[in-house]
Design a protein around this ligand. Structure first.
Ligand code: SAM
Ligand code: SF4
Length: 360
């Protein structure tokens, strides 16, 4: 199998090739050349998934990562500790692939929260099987959860995810609410097939006390079917929602949040005006405020979803170097972060890895 089949980009492994830090001030945080500081850490822990969402995975799933190439629970927790203690990370989020596919997820959460020192520990999940594991995860230190759900129509769900598992997702959502992980956020990717059901999804969210955020689809599908001309953008969604709801001028909860929150007139949630979030990643890019740093399931730092240049920390974790050396490499990797995704440019090239192989 070639490197391209695996969807693995060029990786800096040679210790002599630490990314350049020319011009970088000597500060602890994960700063870059464009004045941003990364404090939000996304760690992918697996490439496996129980669904095959068409905007993410290929029908047959991603090629399996050999077990010895995956970071262990102890290695993940060591990186979380370095991130929080030495690099200023505030938020740690586990993702994938589907995090619930890892049998040792509670151990990962437990070891990580023990060194997270006040940082939030959360997870993005499709919710399948969550009802069986929520208690061990909360006991281990999970504080927040986002669940992905694109439609409440069972046929649409089955077509979009290539699996008839909507009842299992509902069970996961109920379990998360019962466990007190509220307000629960639901992420929905905007697709042409499900656009007509967007208002139904919002109505369901309001009735079920969850906070819905729509996300514009990015060119990160393994099937490479994304086309700018055919993607559903935020403006089109607002037209559809506007036919059933009255939405007022949006605001951002905090400047680094990618979601613009629109107030839904006449609705309340948890005692405050209800909102619907729209993350217009493609048409209203928020790259200039991006505060993310990502670690792939194989232990490489990825400074941007769209930046294929990765820096290997796994080899360092498995050598006898100290935490400060790992922190130095991580800082160097982030110093090289690109200005933006570049989708608006004529010479834009999709990244080699698809979303499920990066960790969304
Ligand atoms: N399996 C988990 C889930 O679905 O929540 C975690 C991994 S998934 C890659 C993380 C998030 O990325 C999900 O909310 C998913 O909807 C989103 N996502 C996947 N492919 C995307 C794409 N092409 N454009 C925008 N968002 C995408
Ligand atoms: Fe799996 Fe999440 Fe990708 Fe869907 S979006 S295929 S649930 S990793």
């Amino acid at each position: 199998m070639t490197q391209l089949d695996l969807g693995i980009p060029g990786i800096r492994r040679d210790p002599a090739r630490m990314p350049s830090t020319v011009g970088r001030p000597d500060t602890a945080g994960l700063i870059d050349r464009f004045g941003r500081t990364a404090r939000d850490l996304r760690i992918s822990i697996t490439e496996k998934c129980s669904l095959r969402c068409t905007y993410c995975m290929p029908e047959q799933g991603l090629p399996a990562i050999p077990r010895e190439n995956l970071l262990t629970a102890t290695e993940i927790a060591r990186l979380v500790g370095i991130g929080v203690r030495d690099l200023g990370v505030h938020d740690v989020r586990f993702t994938g692939g589907e995090p619930l596919m890892r049998a040792d997820l509670a151990e990962i959460v437990g070891l990580s929260s023990a060194v997270a020192d006040g940082a939030s520990i959360s997870m993005t999940t499709n919710g399948i099987g969550l009802d069986h594991r929520i208690h061990e995860l909360v006991a281990a230190g999970l504080t927040r959860i986002n669940i992905s759900l694109d439609t409440v129509d069972r046929d649409h769900f089955a077509r979009l995810t290539r699996r008839d598992r909507l009842p299992a997702v509902f069970a996961g959502i109920e379990a998360a609410k019962d466990a007190g992980l509220t307000p629960l956020k639901i992420n929905a990717v905007l697709m042409r097939d499900t656009l007509a059901g967007a208002a139904d999804l919002l109505e369901w969210s309001l009735a079920n006390g969850v906070r819905l955020r729509f996300i514009e689809q990015m060119p990160l599908d393994a099937d490479e079917a994304w086309a700018r001309d055919n993607m559903v953008d935020a403006a089109e969604l607002l037209d559809v929602l506007g036919a059933r709801f009255t939405l007022s001028q949006p605001h951002r909860e905090d400047p680094s949040s990618p979601a613009e929150e629109w107030i839904i007139d006449g609705y309340q949630q948890q005692g405050v005006p209800a909102t619907v979030g729209i993350i217009a990643s493609v048409t209203r890019s928020f790259c200039e405020a991006c505060d993310r740093t990502r670690i792939t399931a194989e232990g490489t730092v990825r400074s941007c979803l769209f930046g294929d240049d990765e820096t290997d920390l796994r080899a360092l974790l498995r050598s006898d170097v100290d935490d400060e050396t790992i922190a130095t490499w991580w800082r160097a990797a982030m110093w090289g972060k690109q200005a933006g995704h570049g989708m608006e440019r004529a010479d834009f090239v999709r990244p080699v890895r698809s979303m499920g192989a990066i960790g969304g």
